[in-house]
Design a protein around this ligand. Sequence first.
Ligand SMILES: *[C@@H]1O[C@H](CO)[C@@H](O)[C@H](O)[C@H]1NC(C)=O
Ligand SMILES: *[C@@H]1O[C@H](CO)[C@@H](O)[C@H](O)[C@H]1NC(C)=O
Length: 481
Amino acid sequence: MEMGTIADASSRRVRRQVPWICIILGAVGILMFEHVAAGAGSGGDDGSASFFDAKAQNAAIHNLQRYLRLDTAQPTPAYASALTLLTELCFGVPKMKTHAHSFVRGKPVLVCSITGTDRDAPSIMLNSHTDVVPAGNLSNWDFPPFGAARVPAVMLSNAQSSDDHIVARGVQDMKSVGIQYLEALKLLLRQQPNRTFRRSIHVVWVPDEEIGGVDGMGRLVDSSLFTALNVGVELDEGLASPTEEFELCWAERRPFWTRITVSDAPGHGAMVPASTATLTLVQILAHVATYRQEIVEQVNSGAKELGEVVSVNINHVHAGSADAINVIPSHAEAILDIRIPPFVSAAQVDELIASWMPCTNCGIHVSFVHRVEEGDETSLDENENPWAGVFARATSDLKLHKMIFPASTDGRFVRAKKIPVFGFSPMNNSPVLLHKFNEHLGTKVFLEGIRIYARIIEALANAPPLPHELSPEQAEGEAEL
Ligand SMILES: *[C@@H]1O[C@H](CO)[C@@H](O)[C@H](O)[C@H]1NC(C)=O
Ligand SMILES: *[C@@H]1O[C@H](CO)[C@@H](O)[C@H](O)[C@H]1NC(C)=O
């Protein structure tokens, strides 16, 4: 998820663990892992157990840890190291070819592909971003944010299961997902080494999502490379869920970053003009606060989800000068971060903003730092979007909660190209820890996610020609059959 604010970076070092504690923890970890592996062997109705044994599971966790140990935090992500490691990991998947692209110097995009048997069929794109948000104040972490420690659940205050957990910045957002795509493909190709996929599969690694994605996915979708990839459907990030349900994001809110400036006559601070720029701004912001309180109540009462409301925060306010306290300033300014669900139109938001204004022709000027007119949705109705049916059948054994992602992801760039995007990170029974301290993920959830992706990827990549992919003549032929 794109970050709102950059957490403060502290120079404080994480307290070093004394070696004997590490040894004991390591031993406990190994014991617990054996337990998990033994338990996992009995699960799965797809006969994958023997193809996903303790050795394969351990290798998957190890690959995740290696990726997490690269400090790819903004603003100085170690993209070169990530490119080297991810290229190596992609080479570990049979039949996978890798291509690195650089649309912006120092910001690589890696595309790892398995070519489908039907080269003309629209492909499957499995996306993840390689950057993470800063770790923030290190003294708030119980384990080093780029150590990727594997710790027993009892060492964490908010673990929801008793298996080992991996603690690292980015384990939920979203390095686990990138590794899961690769491990799911490896699992499928271990089950059936000669397996082919009808559609090409592109595992894509993009930079800069956490700072808006303009130099990452933004550049990719406008490139000739993207046209050549011929993407039919994309998977991108979702959210963890503390319940049994998995989150499935079919849209996201879009931003209106709104600047309100007020101009009025300057004056001496001892005078009392009927109106001043700052007073007018305060009146506007009072209306914003009243509106915001209604939204807070709707969300806190559960009447609406965050993704369903037009939210607002007053994130910048400026007027006058602390060096001129006896001067009534002629200008006052505020910037609002407004987020809008796709079913609310730009005109409706313009009306809402207008309703906050206490007067007309009184020096108020509204402009936009950033304004996205329309939000794109991915229909989950199979009749409108055949991919929704394919996805639903592949996940029929999972409880899904369909939601609008409250902030932004790279998925919006792909949806803007009218390509369906499922925002899905297979993390249920997990606290939502993205951008938080001690970000962690249970190994059991991580491994189960690999099995889930194996089913989804297999279903998407072998989907027969879908109605919208057929030419009119082909569609007629299908109808006759
Ligand atoms: C980091 O957090 C610790 C503990 O809460 C606090 O004492 C310290 O001042 C913080 N450091 C910074 C740079 O904010
Ligand atoms: C897989 O392909 C190889 C080489 O083409 C062939 O020798 C082998 O019999 C195939 N295995 C199966 C299970 O089809």
